[in-house]
Design a binder for this molecule. Structure first.
Ligand SMILES: [Zn+2]
Length: 238
């Protein structure tokens, strides 16, 4: 899993059409595009038309692209929430971050990768916001629309949520590290091997250079070094 995170923002001049209200987000709403365009094309189309149709993030097999800040509302839940709606602040449009998963029309491998990227991105967002899995809604929850259509037609909504929950759990190498200002110590050889494997993979993918592995192997890597390394890897692979 690796995607590039980008921001291609809707111009503020279009907020009145597509992101008219300030918002304190409380949920993430998941959609399928029912289309076969890339995330970049979906975002371009959304920004350039003048319809009251909008969402915050599009995800494909390579990129996660944010187009609307999370403190602005968007029109993706089909449940109203306009200025004349007395229950506006209870609506998905006014309370949720909309995430579109691309390539759902035809499905296949690229859709599968896009969906996995969405799993990883949503889990990261939940952790950043300090939210649990109960914050993740499907479009259908708001207005009954059959969306995300591919996840629903394949009867995978619960497994989709479970994958997000799993992705939120700290991985083995994170759990096993004994924090210390001095060089890294491990509770078991398995834990040590897991960390070495993590570094090796990052070196193999050319995300970091091999001096990191040498440092690990000669026992001079500190916990602080490793924390820094993880941040570098995260920045370069997300
Ligand atoms: Zn939808």
């Amino acid at each position: 899993m690796a995607y590039t995170f980008k921001q291609t923002f809707l111009p503020a001049s279009k907020y009145s059409i597509k992101a008219p209200h300030t918002m304190v987000p409380q949920f993430i709403t998941v959609h399928n595009t029912a289309n076969d365009a890339t995330a970049a094309k979906e975002i371009e189309y959304m920004i350039n038309n003048n319809n009251q149709v909008s969402y915050h993030v599009a995800v494909d097999d390579k990129e996660v692209i944010q187009a609307i800040p999370f403190n602005r509302s968007a029109w993706h839940c089909g449940d109203g929430g306009g200025d004349k709606d007395p229950n506006a602040l209870k609506k998905g449009n006014r309370t949720s971050i909309g995430v579109e998963i691309c390539y759902s029309k035809s499905g296949g491998v690229r859709y599968g990768v896009a969906e996995e990227n969405a799993v990883q991105y949503i889990s990261k967002l939940l952790k950043q916001l300090g939210w649990g899995i109960e914050r993740v809604k499907k479009h259908q929850d708001w207005n009954g629309k059959y969306c995300p259509h591919r996840i629903l037609s394949e009867d995978r909504w619960n497994s989709f949520l479970n994958r997000i929950k799993k992705a939120m759990e700290p991985n083995e190498s994170e759990q096993q590290i004994v924090e210390d200002d001095d060089t890294m110590k491990f509770t078991s050889t398995t834990a040590k091997a897991a960390v070495r494997d993590y570094i090796q993979q990052a070196v193999d993918k050319k995300v970091i250079d091999k001096s990191w592995l040498e440092k690990f192997d000669n026992g001079t890597m500190t916990s602080g070094d490793f924390e820094g390394l993880k941040i570098i890897v995260a920045q370069r692979t997300y």
